[in-house]
Every structure is written in C-alpha cells, then in structure tokens.
Design a protein around this ligand. Structure first.
Ligand code: ADP
Ligand code: C5P
Length: 243
C-alpha cells in the first residue's frame, strides 16, 4: 500500500489511484429466460458507466466435419460444449486491464467465424450465458452472481420463435433438440447452478423492480470497489487518518 500513499509538502498523506479492477457480474439462466434482455436493461440504466457484455456463447467449440454431419446428436447445453479454458483466460486478461480477441460464434454454421473482435477492458463486465454459474473457476471471478428465472413453457415458446426466425431452425428440430438435450441439461447443470446466485430474478426483463435494485447496488459498489478488492484494509487505514 505504501506505493500508493505519498507525503505532501503540508505533511498530509494522499493516496494515488491503485490499479483498477473491473466489477464482474455473472448472469445465468435457462435458454430464452431473458438473460440478454436483463443485461441490456442493466446496461442502459448504467449509462454513465463503461459496461462490457461478454456472451458465453462466443466460447462454443466449433464443430468438426464429423460432428456437423450428426449435429442433431450434439448437446449444446452440456458444459463440455464450451471452451471454458479460453473463457477463463479472456476473463483473467480483462480483469487485469488487458484487451482480448473475442471469438465470433455463428449459430447457423455452429462454428467460430472470422478473426474475432478486439475488445477492451471496462469498469463493469457482464458475463452472460446458460452455464456461467456452473464452473467454480468462472464463478470465482465474479463480484455479483445473478440467475434469471423464467417459466419453462414461456422459455420454450420464446425459443421456438427465436430459433426459427433468427437461428435458421425448423420447429420440429427445435422441439426435438429441446426434449433430447435442452431440458435434461437444464435440469442437470443449469438449474442446480441457481444456488450459487446472489440474486434470483423471477420473470426476467418484466421485473423492473429487480433491475432497479440491481443497478442501485452496482452503482453503490462501484465507488468503493477498486480499493476494497485490492487492499481489503484500506478503508480502516484511511478512516484512521481522517480522525
Ligand atoms: P436469453 O438471452 O436468456 O436467451 P433473451 O433475452 O435473448 O433470452 O430473450 C429470448 C427471446 O425472448 C428474445 O426474442 C426476446 O425478445 C424475448 N423476450 C425476452 N424477454 C421478454 C419479455 N419479458 N417479454 C417478451 N419477450 C421477451
Ligand atoms: O441465447 P441462449 O442462452 O438461449 O443460447 C444458448 C442455447 O443455444 C442453448 O440452449 C443451445 O441449445 C443453443 N445452441 C444451439 N446451436 C448452437 C449453439 C447453441 O441451438 N450451435
């Protein structure tokens, strides 16, 4: 801490800014629960703050030709479908103020495409995805963990609509995939991760009160966050000087 305190000519001590660490929020929940919608609402309310949204979907493994031939047998809702090592290394870099290259995932070809997108670190980072609360190493990076809890029938209805319109699927395939992989993996991996959440949002983006409270909490934490995170005792020391 002495590296960040200096003696002024009038005898007082002043603190220079310690290295910044972002406030990292995890947003998990079942497919089409409203995770992206909730994140966008939080971001729009934190308009004065730089917020970076990272989607776990960006870290899906690309399928091999062999896997592509049998894509209807592939479980995209299993933790192994994601390159979690790459996700962890990207999040570690962002946490320490370094830029990353974010893979660009295409839901129609089931591949990462192009060179990826350069992304700079930010004061607030939101990591959103079905399984972001599953791996303890990913959870440990987070300052705040949210689970978006929306009824399964509503999620399935939204998923059919979205996947047929935006992700190039037909209804029969969406229903088959849902019954074979999406629902069982939700019950086995996603729903149990809810117990790790600090906040559970019923009804997703319809829950304005929950979003308001979350935004207030983030704003109240942001001011004290950097010092607390790096030097847990710094406020005790500072208050002694003030007295
Ligand atoms: P997720 O990120 O969890 O997959 P999204 O936020 O992308 O979920 O929502 C999935 C679909 O449901 C989108 O088409 C979105 O427009 C729609 N949707 C999300 N929340 C609501 C809501 N509260 N009311 C109506 N439609 C919604
Ligand atoms: O946006 P959402 O959270 O719904 O995205 C995750 C879902 O995308 C998973 O439930 C998975 O079944 C689906 N998915 C897919 N095809 C891929 C990759 C993911 O249907 N190539």
């Amino acid at each position: 801490i002495k590296d960040h305190l200096s003696l002024q000519s009038n005898g007082s001590l002043s603190a220079s800014s310690p290295p910044k660490q972002p406030f990292i929020i995890g947003v998990a929940g079942g497919t089409a629960s409203g995770k992206t919608t909730v994140c966008n609402m939080i971001i729009s309310q934190l308009h004065d703050q730089g917020v970076l949204l990272i989607n776990q979907d960006s870290f899906y493994h690309s399928l091999s030709n062999e896997q592509l031939e049998r894509v209807h047998e592939y479980n995209f809702d299993h933790p192994d479908a994601f390159n979690t090592e790459l996700l962890l290394s990207c999040m570690e870099k962002l946490k320490h103020g370094q830029a990353i290259t974010l893979p660009n995932y295409d839901f129609k070809s089931h591949q990462s495409t192009g060179p990826g997108q350069k992304v700079n670190p930010s004061d607030v980072i939101i990591l959103e995805g079905i399984l972001v609360l599953h791996d303890p190493r990913v959870r440990d990076l987070m300052n705040m963990k949210i689970f978006v809890d929306t009824d399964s029938d509503l999620r399935l209805a939204r998923r059919i609509q979205r996947d047929t319109v935006e992700r190039g699927r037909n209804i029969q395939n969406v229903l088959d995939q849902y019954a074979r992989f999406v629902k069982p993996s939700f019950e086995e991996y996603i729903l149990p991760s809810k117990k790790h959440a600090d906040i559970i949002i019923p009804r997703g983006g319809d829950n304005d009160v929950a979003i308001d409270l979350i935004v207030q909490h983030i704003q109240s934490k942001l001011g004290q966050h950097d010092l607390c995170k790096i030097y847990p005792n710094v406020f005790v020391i500072c208050s002694t000087f003030q007295i």
